[in-house]
Design a protein around this ligand. Structure first.
Ligand SMILES: O=c1[nH]c(=O)c2ncn([C@@H]3O[C@H](COP(=O)(O)OP(=O)(O)OP(=O)(O)O)[C@@H](O)[C@H]3O)c2[nH]1
Ligand SMILES: [Mg+2]
Length: 190
């Protein structure tokens, strides 16, 4: 069976590794990457995702996917949300945990939004995946972003305490990719 080639535009090597592991685990897709750190507008997660993918399609000059990850704290009305990268860079994982020290509710949602553009000038289509959990003092190796402070409801472990396969079976990224894959498989059969 021939596989469909997809260009994933990202500046993040950890994301690329997880996307390849999830999408290339079964025949159907081959992922190539282009490394660009695309400027991200402020707005809702959907506005940020659409703008990022439109710019990526212009840069690539063809079909592509992009991904935007948000970490939403329930007590903070879903902030930091799409601004998590800056918050993590400035506060670190300890600081992010302390942000919630004044609140009983440590609940959080990891939200992944993939955007697919068929090429420059076409409107991106969005695919969202969510993992519910809570923010805890860091546990596990600090190998990727805020993995050590996000404890998933599914198994009570932080993302950092999980093996790659365990994380990739329940993650926000996996749940969004299931939807993207179904969409692309539909396209290739029509
Ligand atoms: O612990 C984590 N587990 C994850 O599963 C995960 N996915 C993303 N992140 C981090 O959250 C911010 C998102 O920002 P982001 O979506 O703009 O990513 P990015 O700028 O690194 O890459 P890209 O925009 O070039 O694709 C960045 O700090 C990422 O490192 C994660 N941290
Ligand atoms: Mg980014």
């Amino acid at each position: 069976m021939s596989s469909q080639r997809l260009v994933f535009v990202t500046g993040n090597k950890n994301k690329l590794r997880e996307v390849k592991a999830i999408l290339e685990s079964a025949p159907g897709f081959t992922i190539e990457s282009q490394s660009f750190d695309i400027p991200e507008l402020q707005g809702t997660t959907q506005e940020v995702s659409r703008a990022k993918c439109r710019q990526a399609a212009e840069l690539i000059g063809g079909p592509c996917i992009t991904e935007d990850t948000a970490l939403c704290f329930k007590a903070l009305d879903d902030l930091p949300g799409p601004y998590i990268k800056d918050f993590l860079t400035k506060l670190g994982n300890e600081g992010l945990f302390k942000l919630l020290s004044g609140f009983e509710d440590k609940g959080a949602t990891a939200l992944c939004t993939f955007a697919y553009s068929a090429g420059p000038g076409t409107e991106p289509i969005l695919f969202e995946g969510r993992t519910e959990g809570r923010i805890v003092p860091p546990r596990g190796p600090p190998n990727f972003g805020w993995n050590p402070i996000f404890e998933a409801e599914d198994n009570g472990k932080t993302f950092a305490e999980m093996s790659e396969d365990e994380k990739n079976a329940i993650s926000h990224r996996y749940r969004a990719l299931v939807k993207l894959r179904a969409h692309l498989e539909g396209l290739s059969h029509s």
